[in-house]
Design a protein around this ligand. Structure first.
Ligand code: LLP
Length: 412
């Protein structure tokens, strides 16, 4: 990775681990921000994709804003040095405590997803004696044509407010003294490779904004969401110029402050997960290579049938065997399976494998299932590397299980 041998990092920190290229993070932000700059679009990184504070700091230094979905992510974004006025708070279930914290911090905008949440925001603003900057998140009823578990804007989805309900709610919200109604937001899904769903959804937003304005409403901001995919073996990623053109065609020239909230596009390709082969084992058809990473470390294959490219790291032998090989982890579930791969073999115990495009939703979604460690994260910058999250092992986990005192329920 850049100027550092992954095998050297493996020797220093042990496998498995995540490694991110700082250069690739910076280049990715530069390319995307540059492509949308002519439309005046601000880029807010979706922290959920990779919340490591050092990754956030790389983006913050470049002037990137952030899209957050919890009080925890707010703390991370602020700690990374992102100014509050560049932070947008999304999510369908923000609690009263999170809303008050957001208002106290002075975040740019709260994207509200239901009439009930609008009431909660108004109440929090009243409590604190401030006006809450809000946008209404619209559900435009558009199918993002991606995996069902990461599509978010069909009418049966839990996200956003049905587009037909927006005009009445917008008018009512604009009249409330506790609310500063800034505009609208949407996010139609993730890993989107076909630009047409974006075009359809954003065109619907343009029509909606024209209608609101014709009715005398002020609409200043439009948050276009994230979701731009990175492509894979079957379908390439859309090119940035085409993505930017869809923005220009649909909502350009409307005198709107535009924002996008990309997560995956900015960090997926900057990261790899490196795992070691523990055993090989003959199988019915394809043989198995049992690796030391598992579904708790990289959940995407088990959860979304995602497939990540895999390469051998510093393979001591040329990959001669055309045979298939299933890469599986040690967890006691059949879903702990990264898939069948051609041309890696013949693998042997001790070989290192790099799982590509795992800088997004990799470490961020990991768990300690099977009492496994949270694995280290490493940042590579040029010819240097450093650990940016230490391994969290069983001793730390057991310390959290130090029991509290026995208590009895309070009786009135
Ligand atoms: N904005 C909102 C409101 C979101 O809910 C999301 C992602 C994003 C932005 C960023 O989407 P991106 O540009 O990264 O596609 N764990 C799944 C992805 C779930 C995405 C959830 N929301 C995966 O590993 O594929």
């Amino acid at each position: 990775m850049d100027g550092v041998a992954l095998a050297g990092i493996a020797a220093a920190v042990g496998t498995p681990f995540y490694a991110y290229s700082a250069g690739a993070l910076r280049a990715g932000y530069g390319a995307l921000a540059g492509a949308v700059a002519p439309q005046g679009v601000e880029v807010c990184f979706a922290v959920k994709a990779n919340g490591n504070i050092h990754v956030l700091t790389e983006f913050a230094r470049l002037g990137c804003g952030m899209d957050i979905v919890s009080g925890g992510e707010m703390t991370r974004a602020l700690a990374a040095g992102v100014p509050a006025e560049r932070i947008i708070f999304s999510g369908v279930g923000k609690t009263g405590a999170e809303l008050r914290a957001a208002l106290r911090a002075g975040l740019r905008q709260i994207n509200v997803e239901s009439p009930a949440e609008l009431e909660a925001v108004a109440e929090a603003a009243r409590d604190l004696g401030v006006r809450a900057p809000v946008a209404l998140r619209v559900n435009p009823d558009v199918d993002a044509l991606t995996h069902a578990k990461i599509t978010t804007a069909r009418k049966d989805s839990k996200f956003g407010i049905p587009i037909a309900d927006i005009p009445a709610l917008y008018t009512a919200a604009a009249a409330r003294p506790e609310l500063e109604l800034a505009g609208l937001a949407l996010h139609i899904g993730s890993q989107i490779l076909d630009l047409e769903p974006f075009r359809r959804a954003w065109s619907a937003m343009a029509d909606l904004i024209r209608a609101l304005r014709a009715a005398g409403q002020r609409v200043e901001r439009l948050d276009l969401g994230g979701g731009l995919g990175i492509g894979g073996e079957e379908q390439p990623a859309p090119c940035l110029a085409d993505y930017a053109r869809v923005i220009a065609d649909t909502v350009g020239g409307m005198d709107l402050a535009l924002t996008i909230e990309p997560g995956r596009w900015l960090c997926a390709r900057a990261g790899v997960m490196v795992a070691g082969v523990t055993y090989t084992k003959p199988g019915d058809g394809a043989g198995f290579a049992i690796v030391d990473a598992a579904m708790n470390d990289l959940m995407r294959p088990a959860l979304y049938d995602a497939r990540h490219g895999v390469e051998t790291v510093a393979a001591p032998r040329a990959p001669t065997d055309a045979g298939r090989c299933r890469l599986v982890g040690p967890i006691c579930e059949s879903s702990d399976d990264f898939g069948a791969y051609e041309g890696l073999g013949p693998l042997r115990a001790g070989d290192l494998l790099a799982f590509r495009d795992t800088g997004a939703y990799g470490a961020a979604m990991s768990s300690t299932y099977n009492s496994r460690d949270l694995i280290p994260e490493v940042l590579v910058d040029g010819d240097r590397f450093r650990v940016i999250r230490r391994r969290v092992g069983i001793d730390a986990a057991l310390r959290l299980e130090t029991p509290g005192p026995w208590q009895r329920e309070e009786q009135d």
